[in-house]
Design a protein around this ligand. Sequence first.
Ligand SMILES: [Zn+2]
Length: 331
Amino acid sequence: MTLVSCTLACNLCGNETAERIGDADRDGQSLQTVLCQSCGLVWTDPRPSSEQTRKFYAEEYRLQYKSTYVPKRKHVYRETLRAIARFQEVRSLLQPKIKMLDVGCGGGFFPYVARTQGFDAQGIEPNQGFAEYASETFDVPTTNAFFQDVDLPEESFDLITLNHVLEHVEDPCATLGQLRKWLKTDGYLVVEVPNIEATYHAPKNRFHVGHLYNFNPVNLEHLGAKAGLAVHASKLVTSENHIHLTFQKRELSNSQNENYTLPGNYQRVSEILKRHTTLRHYVSTVPYTRFVSKQSQYRTERRAVRSDASPREIADALIATHFDAPSRLVA
Ligand SMILES: [Zn+2]
């Protein structure tokens, strides 16, 4: 085990030393990843240079710098299905006339699905092309900005969703605190992030430069508590074990004085990572069933989108026929 002095204190417990658990990203580029021995939080330390981050976004999010975003039909199909599944998952939280905000809304698929069901939903999206697509294709009210720079009135929303965003931000606790302010009393914040305990990726693909933090359910729940959010429900997404956590706004009572050392959580994360070796990964059925399932998904998409339908027609057809789609969540 190699202990390192961190350049960043642990975002949850404040610890300043941690165990080094990775020295490269999935492309083999130098990237040090550390595991907090007090709470099991995993983060990139030191942070990658701005050149590395830009390279990642230039390659992974090729459209980041383009002002137009025109997804292929199969992507419209895929994103609409995901949005429908996400909508089903929050449906039990929805009351008539509630206000919803999707932070990092991409092309606006999720707020669009919510709006077709009669809800007042809007989005924030930093990418200009995605934000324009959401506004122009789906008529979703979308603010084109980083949410950290957006000044919204406090207590504006009944439900805020944050889908695969928190792992990218520089200060997850501050992010949760900012979103909490925008929530009305008893409002809900639904957060989905990758799970450091998931083993569907080969170990060499575990870390990458775009993800500044890696959570497990326990430390994400406590990060919410630190920001003044109570856990309403905690589930995992089927197949990929992403964490799907529903927080509810609670009073900020002495939360700053709580101790966020989480006994046993470091050992839990450490053992899962050590057990998931490259050999174990490739002798398990996981990579093969995942491959077969992806191929099946791609075939379905190809069959479904052979038409001249516009993006909105593709989305509307799916919305009309998929509203009894099963949830992706397991308790
Ligand atoms: Zn910690």
